[in-house]
Design a protein around this ligand. Structure first.
Ligand code: FAD
Length: 290
């Protein structure tokens, strides 16, 4: 099923994200996590492309597990920064063969030592979107950054480029994680002023350990509200308490978003079915799987 159809539904939607393993020996383990998360019956599941320490090699295999074994609508991420156009085309063909209808089209982070872009590479995600559209009847998503993309000179410059990306025929957007919902609400207002009207799925990351927090902030420069900082400071040294507080914080963020009219939230569940399970249980009267 296309995600654009799911996002048209009025009912509250929750989706989950996983990342591929570093090596083939961990593939079965990740597939097991897929099956456990699928049992929660999220509206859809997504699999990243080489992000969070995984490799891109297994993205299609895991998407296949989600779509064809677990029968959950599936979103496969696809980055183009470290590949030639021919290599990207080959992945699109494999996704087509596995009947994956949804692709999150991303540029990816430019590797520090890379000569970029080479003549046969895509430079920005909007170029990749145009190409995917020409290769099949895919529903295509793009990434957006409520706090601005780290490379952009300003938020308004970033929004100019986001508008180009949406105009390249992007069907929906998913946000980078944020820890203060007001950032999302302000961002939505800016999108409206820019006449960006595609559905915007809010991305929420349950932070369940302090090391994860440090990594997130160094990578994305997220603004941390004092309420969140207090949790990390108080519980960083107590893993069980930090996990519980992180799940409660993410749950509260999701409830606030839904109470304020957001109908779909994407949870960065990071291959942790236990964390996803607790959040789904916390929301059992709010999210009713179809
Ligand atoms: P783009 O949309 O191409 O934007 C990149 C930068 O270029 C921005 O600063 C933008 O303002 C600027 N820009 C865009 N168009 C132009 C233009 N025409 N002229 C000048 N500047 C321009 N990474 C992974 O490796 N794997 C994943 O699976 C993955 N999944 C993600 C999922 C989500 C929801 C998000 C938010 C991010 C994800 N990332 C992933 C990280 C992402 O790849 C990086 O943030 C990357 O640096 C930007 O990718 P993009 O698709 O947003 O790029």
């Amino acid at each position: 099923m296309k995600i654009s159809e799911i996002l048209k539904e009025d009912a509250v939607g929750l989706s989950c994200e996983l990342f591929p393993p570093k090596s083939g020996s961990q593939l079965d383990h990740v597939k097991e996590a897929v099956r456990e998360m699928a049992a929660l019956r999220p509206s859809y599941m997504s699999i990243t492309y080489g992000a969070s320490g995984g490799t891109s090699a297994y993205t299609v295999d895991i998407a296949d597990e989600m779509r064809n074994v677990c029968h959950i609508p599936t979103l496969a991420h696809l980055t183009c920064v470290s590949s030639t156009r021919e290599q990207v085309d080959a992945v699109i063909e494999r996704l087509k063969e596995a009947n994956i209808e949804n692709i999150l089209a991303l540029r990816g982070d430019i590797p520090a030592d890379a000569d970029f872009p080479l003549p046969n590479q895509y430079r920005y995600a909007c170029e990749l979107i145009e190409d995917i559209k020409s290769r099949g009847d895919f529903c295509i998503g793009g990434a957006c950054y409520p706090e601005g993309h780290p490379e952009a000179g300003s938020i308004s410059e970033d929004l100019e480029h986001l508008k180009e990306k949406v105009d390249a025929d992007c069907d929906f957007l998913t946000t980078q994680m944020f820890f203060d919902n007001n950032i999302y609400y302000n961002f939505m207002y800016r999108l409206l002023k820019k006449n960006i009207t595609v559905p915007v799925v809010a991305g929420i990351m349950p932070v369940t350990n302090a090391a994860q927090m440090k990594r997130i902030v160094s990578l994305s420069g997220n603004l941390l509200p004092p309420r969140f900082k207090a949790i990390v400071e108080r519980f960083a040294e107590d893993p069980a308490a930090m996990r519980q507080a992180g799940i409660a914080y993410a749950t509260e963020q999701i409830i606030d978003l839904i109470a304020n009219g957001v109908s779909h939230v994407h949870i960065y569940t990071m291959n942790k079915p236990d964390v996803a399970g607790e959040i789904f249980r916390n929301l059992s009267e709010i999210y009713k799987p179809a």
